[in-house]
Design a protein around this ligand. Structure first.
Ligand code: GLU
Length: 314
């Protein structure tokens, strides 16, 4: 039976928090050395409803870096600036079934990255945000996230430097993209921009508002500010649904049924269109780069409240 969400959500997340707090499965991302230092005991769940109310438990104010959760949002920024035909000429919208950092993820004929949720697509999207230098190019990205979360945001310079120093794989991808003329300009500058968007500091409450703004058709539920057009929010959700969970997108669609995006620092968002944004933070990730506790919590919430977008009960 479907429970009424507002009445029971706080006690449900309290229960799920206690249930999964002892779960120490997974590992902290170590290919970015700075992320390996995260405290495995950190755990937070936050849910923002489209009416602006929030429910949370755990270390919901603890900051961490956004990583790949940034990808759909920067895609939305570029989509609004350049429109669908241009975006489609540079980056596809097909799931790959490959890992987030695969280097064989360019389409055979067009050489476009398959989609903007994998690294090749996201690097191509970041490279579209132009300006005289990295600082000028970063500015609209910072403003964008400030609008989503409702306050100013900063970059974690240690994480940025750490990723920049060790990003041999992403550098290879960017060189391939330049070779096929998917990106132009200075490769290092575009990579810097991408690493900086990944190094943006947020907390779990912020994540819930990123998700809830999409659930609310582009209007930030608390500030009531219009952050983006409903059509762009819809397109981002489609991409999150088909590609947001990388090589487990199909299993996720089957078991959770919600558009979602994970990041290797342990953030995970899921969107219940028209209703709420759900966020979980726990830095222990699985081999696919998804927060282990995050996946467990989302599966249980989706099952308990029948949240799948394909359910006929809402
Ligand atoms: N900055 C990370 C990378 O490009 C993001 C990966 C992720 O969060 O999935 O490797």
């Amino acid at each position: 039976m479907k429970e009424s969400i507002q009445d029971s959500i706080q006690s449900t997340i309290n229960e799920l928090y206690q249930k999964y707090l002892p779960c120490l499965e997974g590992y902290t991302a170590n290919y970015i050395p700075e992320l390996a230092h995260a405290d495995p005991h950190e755990f937070a769940i936050a849910i923002a409803m489209v009416d602006g109310s929030v429910f949370h438990i755990g270390s919901e104010l603890k900051n961490f870096t956004l990583q790949s959760v940034s990808k759909p949002f920067v895609y939305g920024l570029a989509l609004e600036a350049f429109g669908r035909p241009y975006m489609l000429s540079k980056v596809g919208v097909e799931p790959t079934g490959d890992a987030f950092n695969s280097i064989i993820e360019l389409e055979k004929q067009s050489h476009r990255p398959y989609n903007p949720m994998i690294n090749s697509g996201a690097i191509a999207v970041s490279s579209m945000i132009k300006g005289k230098n990295t600082a000028e190019r970063l500015d609209p990205i910072l403003k964008l996230f400030e609008n989503y979360v409702g306050h100013s945001v900063n970059i974690d310079d240690n994480v940025f430097q750490s990723e920049k120093k060790t990003a041999h794989r992403n550098r290879a991808i960017a060189n391939l993209l330049k070779h096929f003329q998917i990106i132009d300009g200075d490769i290092e500058e575009s990579l810097d921009l991408y690493f900086k968007q990944c190094s943006l500091l947020v907390n779990t409450l912020d994540l819930s508002f990123l998700a809830a703004t999409l659930a609310n058709g582009g209007i930030q539920p608390k500030t009531k500010k219009k952050v983006l057009n409903p059509e762009s929010a819809r397109d981002m959700l489609s991409l999150m649904f088909s590609c947001g969970m990388y090589d487990s997108a199909g299993e996720w669609a089957y078991s959770v049924g919600l558009p979602a995006k994970s990041g290797v620092s342990g953030g995970l968002i899921a969107v219940v269109p028209g209703k709420m944004g759900i966020a979980v933070y726990s830095p222990l990730i699985d081999e696919r780069g998804h927060s282990v506790r995050g996946v467990k919590v989302l599966k249980e919430l989706a099952h308990r409240y029948d949240l799948s977008v394909f359910s006929n009960s809402h």
